[in-house]
Design a protein around this ligand. Structure first.
Ligand SMILES: *Cc1c(COP(=O)(O)O)cnc(C)c1O
Length: 379
């Protein structure tokens, strides 16, 4: 089955309980147990083993093309649980030098306390990567925030295999519509399902997928750390997954249209979108990805002041952080997602104060272009 068919039918129980075509929410925490059942198989929400949860896990696995998947209470619960599963005191981790803020803070602020060592690597420069005797894993992101760099993902997979370490990728910005990491050879993929997987900006969740053996280890860690997904949120997430392909393809198309439009304006000085031919990763991104995603960033020639005027003149996008929803969102990372960094650190990673980040929704492209056009005319 192809992606959109899997989105609708993957993981579905046929026939469903009591003949229900839509898989219901099993709200109860109490289920009868079988003789000889192990601790992790007892049906209980925190053990990620109840029918609503295993249904969602099967749908997520189908979409990822993976043997198994597990849902978590947030994207951060996904990444921290993966790292707690793979690393013990004295172990070493390779991490991309550009990471989601929460992941970056977790690794940098907590590694020493947990006895983990880490080295930041440039995901664009495979010749600079090296393992140590105690290296256990490498962690990268498919598309980075907010400059939309696309990592050398094939090389990461080959490097991890050559050195016998576990490859892990945060695929939040791409979603499995644009890139299926497990199919491409990654050992583990995780998502902030809060973003594209759910796509309606109304819940927080995470997902982890990979081999049955690795995902079972992650689930056992999750069972003890307690970051399980509530069955209500899981129900909404499973419902949203059915439209993932439809939504993300529209977001890909809208983002490409907006990126092309903005890059043709004399009032815009830089547009970061891997779908544009002048993006540094355009060539390898085109080979890896089915689409370039719904996220882009740019700067206006007029700097921060013009940017504030521009935001005020836009009528469709909400000025808000986060991403991946059906509605277009616009934000200035220096004032929101990256406000915690020093201005020097931001400048070093290309996050100037006037950088604008856009999460493109599923509105009609013509309406978006018209709105951006009239707002540009006012600055
Ligand atoms: C939002 C996000 C996370 C964290 O996800 P939460 O669901 O907020 O915990 C991790 N990685 C990326 C790339 C994200 O955008």
């Amino acid at each position: 089955m192809r992606f959109d068919t899997l989105a609708v039918h993957g993981g579905e129980r046929v026939p469903g309980p009591e003949g229900s075509v839509v898989f219901p929410i099993f709200q109860g925490t109490v289920f009868t147990s079988e003789p000889g059942e192990g601790y992790h198989d007892i049906k209980y929400h925190r053990l990620n083993s109840t029918p609503s949860q295993t249904y969602l896990h099967d749908k997520l696995a189908a979409l990822e093309g993976a043997e198994a998947a597990v849902a978590t209470s947030s994207g951060m619960a996904a990444v921290t649980t993966i790292l707690h599963t793979l690393l013990g005191a004295g172990d070493h981790l390779l991490v991309s030098d550009v990471l989601y803020g929460g992941t970056y803070d977790f690794v940098t602020a907590h590694a020493a306390r947990l006895g983990w060592e880490y080295t930041a690597i440039d995901p664009q420069d495979p010749s600079s990567w090296a393992v140590r005797d105690n290296t256990k894993a490498v962690l990268v992101e498919t598309i980075t925030n907010p400059l939309m760099r696309v990592a050398r993902l094939r090389e990461v997979v080959a490097f991890a295999r050559e050195h016998g370490i576990v490859s892990v990728v945060d695929n939040t910005f791409a979603s499995p519509v644009n890139f299926r990491p497990v199919v491409a050879g990654f050992d583990l993929v995780f998502n902030s399902a809060t973003k594209y997987l759910n796509g309606h900006s109304d819940l927080v969740a995470g997902s982890v997928a990979g081999s049955g053996e690795l995902v079972e280890r992650v689930r056992h860690t999750l069972n003890l750390y307690g970051g399980s997904l509530d069955p209500h949120a899981g129900y909404l997430l499973a419902r949203s997954l059915k439209t993932l392909g439809v939504r993300v393809r529209q977001q890909n198309a809208n983002a490409l249209a907006l990126a092309s439009f903005l890059s043709s304006s004399p009032k815009v000085v830089a547009v970061n979108y891997a779908g544009l031919p002048d993006h540094p990763d355009h060539a390898h991104a085109g080979e890896l990805l089915n689409g370039f995603g719904g996220m882009l960033s740019f700067r206006l020639a007029g700097g921060v002041e013009a940017t504030e005027e521009f935001f005020a003149a836009l009528t469709l996008p909400a000025v808000a952080p986060s991403l991946g929803g059906v509605e277009t969102l616009i934000t200035r990372p220096a004032a929101t997602s990256h406000a915690g960094m020093t201005p020097e650190d931001r400048a070093a990673t290309g996050i100037t104060d006037d950088l604008v980040r856009l999460s493109v929704g599923i509105e009609d492209a013509e309406d978006l272009l018209a709105d951006f056009g009239q707002a540009l005319d006012k600055v």
